[in-house]
Design a protein around this ligand. Structure first.
Ligand code: MRU
Length: 347
């Protein structure tokens, strides 16, 4: 992702490893400050995921892979059995960080399978470090391919609605929903992106708007509850969102508010696409078995630290909702564009 700096545009990944420290763009600070947060051990990386310094399904998948590499390198000793115990406790803590996005679980299981093939602790440490970097590289490449396939859906003059932030900041690079947008713009197509502000944490207003402005991609910020109105006016041609998890039954878990956008898109005959890499597709669970993160009521009661609701007010704050596969025109993955039925059949 390009970031404007005093010395021109600089290419950044959202998260990367330097020796055994994990660097990540601190998403709590954007759009006001561009800062890199550096976590020195796996517990700090887990906290960074939990506190949303880094967020978005593919990005927290990469954070999980790096956290396991840190956990391996922190182990002092040569006993493989003790090492296994240490790694399984680290894996449990990483998986506990956030419950809904599948990439976190996928990354831990994928990495564990590779690390535990080693025949010594030293070999396991080396494998963990090398594999965490390969995981991040593969994740970035998958998102680039999502862009290549998804770009074909975007025509000259397209007006695209997106929800939350499914951009490079939510991934290692490129983004999921924003990858086709980024590549269409880089390829010279004139487009405009409608950005839902995405209450309560405002990932659209704070992150998507910032990310698009870094590459001068034209966009307009709208209140979440204005999306249906713009669809009814015929001002939106296409909706592309990301996903935190796609279940075996083809249902899509994504940021709260996605479901209503999908229903209104169908009502208005507007194509609704979900962009996600294979690491977001849960091959085990149906949607009723997935935990939806219930976040603090304070995110609803306060905006940027200022209380907006009366004392004693009760608030509910689910972080995600479920969009049934029948509302999805297609899934944009690194393998191509697939219909819901195909996605279901494969699993
Ligand atoms: O709670 P967040 O900010 O981690 O949630 C992320 C999302 O729901 C995004 O919308 C995204 O589509 C999924 S990650 C590409």
């Amino acid at each position: 992702m390009l970031v404007k700096t005093g010395e021109g545009a600089k290419d950044y990944r959202t998260i990367w490893m330097e020796e055994t420290a994990v660097n990540m763009i601190d998403q709590r600070m954007l759009p006001h400050k561009f800062e890199i947060y550096r976590s020195k051990d796996y517990r700090e990386t887990v906290s960074a995921v939990r506190n949303m310094i880094v967020r978005g399904a593919p990005a927290i998948g990469a954070a999980a892979a790096y956290a396991l590499a840190q956990a391996a390198s922190e182990y002092k000793g040569a006993d493989m059995k003790e090492f296994e115990k240490h790694m399984s406790s680290a894996s449990a803590q990483i998986k506990w960080a956030r419950p809904t996005a599948y990439d976190l679980f996928y990354a831990v299981d994928d990495m564990t399978g590779k690390i535990m093939k080693a025949s010594s602790v030293n070999e396991a440490k080396e494998t963990a470090l090398a594999e965490s970097c390969l995981y991040a590289d593969r994740s970035a490449e998958s998102c680039r391919k999502i862009g290549v396939f998804g770009e074909s859906l975007i025509k000259e003059g397209s007006r695209i609605l997106t929800h939350c932030n499914a951009g490079a900041l939510a991934c290692v690079d490129y983004g999921t929903a924003l990858s086709p947008v980024r590549l269409a713009h880089r390829g010279g197509k004139k487009i405009n992106v409608f950005v839902d502000e995405t209450r309560p944490r405002l990932q659209g207003a704070k992150l998507t708007a910032w990310e698009l402005s870094q590459e001068d991609i034209p966009y307009v910020l709208i209140a979440d509850n204005a999306a249906g109105y713009f669809m009814s006016l015929g001002e939106i041609d296409l909706v592309i969102v990301g996903a935190d998890r796609v279940t075996k039954d083809g249902d899509v878990f994504n940021k709260i508010g996605t479901y209503e956008k999908a229903v209104v898109a169908k009502e208005n005959g507007i194509p609704f696409y979900v962009a996600a890499p294979e690491s977001t597709f849960d091959v085990r669970l149906n949607s009723e078995d997935v935990e939806i993160e219930e976040r603090s009521a304070d995110e609803i009661l306060y905006v940027d630290g200022v209380r907006i609701a009366p004392q004693g007010c009760v608030a509910r704050n689910p972080g995600f909702d479920v969009t049934p596969g029948r509302y999805v025109s297609g899934f944009i993955t690194e393998q191509g564009i697939q219909k819901t039925d195909k996605v279901k059949k494969k699993r």
